[in-house]
Design a protein around this ligand. Sequence first.
Ligand code: GLN
Length: 303
Amino acid sequence: MFQYIIDEIFYEVKKLDLKGKQAEYIPELAKVSPEKFAVSLFDLSGNTYEAGDTNDKFSLQSIAKVFAFTMAYRIKGKEIFRRVGVEPSGNPFNSLMQLEQENGFPRNPLINAGALAVCDVLIDELKHPERQLLEFIRLIAQNQHITFNNSVYLSEKETGYRNRALINLMKSFGTIHNSTEKVLDLYYKLCSVEMNTGELAKTFSLYANEGNIYGTNKQILTKSQTKRTNAIMQTCGFYDEAGEFTFRVGLPGKSGVGGGIAAVHPGKYAVAVWSPLLNRKGNSVKGMKILELLTTKLGWSIF
Ligand code: GLN
């Protein structure tokens, strides 16, 4: 049944010829072919169903914020919420305004300010933050080949003026402990991690599987922590479009400016889509459409 629906919605969205733009503010992302389009669904019986450019890897960008948060939540438990909140921001992912008004305390871990604060926590807690974060992502992906994309990392490092501003603003309020350079570096490495849609769907199955890595006995988050992580994705995963995504798709998920979106139906499946064409809010246009069709055609709902 899944393969039939995946093929059907893939061709339906392809035919629509939806418009959008690559993330031009990161020069390396602007070079990715606008035609790329892929979808993979991983169910909790261990099967993958997919269509399109599923062999191509893309940089996860903000999707990877979920992995950094997961690692920090696992280490710090509920203490992590002393460093980031759980409220949707209703603002663009890289907005400075709210952060200034709220004394440098980021609203949630999925906007840039929150993910930068999470990276700061990881630097405090880990001996080799970069290596250990990558090892953690490889562990939950069950894949030793996952790695950073160096040119995307360098490209963003060169042009990431807003992220530098966000950290410096937080530093002025005392809400970041480590140097701007150290935090930025870990954050850009995180954003540059690459996967294809099949790898991403499998990695996200953690959040559909009560915090357990599929096919292992490794519990990464408790059942309650997983529920809460999904709640944060549901309310904050798409920034000022979180309402729209919930309204149209109805699943917890996370987008990235690389054009990827990953989402889960707890207890059932994880799905990843990729098309680099973004709307004005930085979310993949085809990605949102295909997920809307998926949940409509399946007729299952978490609500
Ligand atoms: N690396 C990107 C940035 O910091 C991530 C943004 C995103 O994917 N929404 O701007």
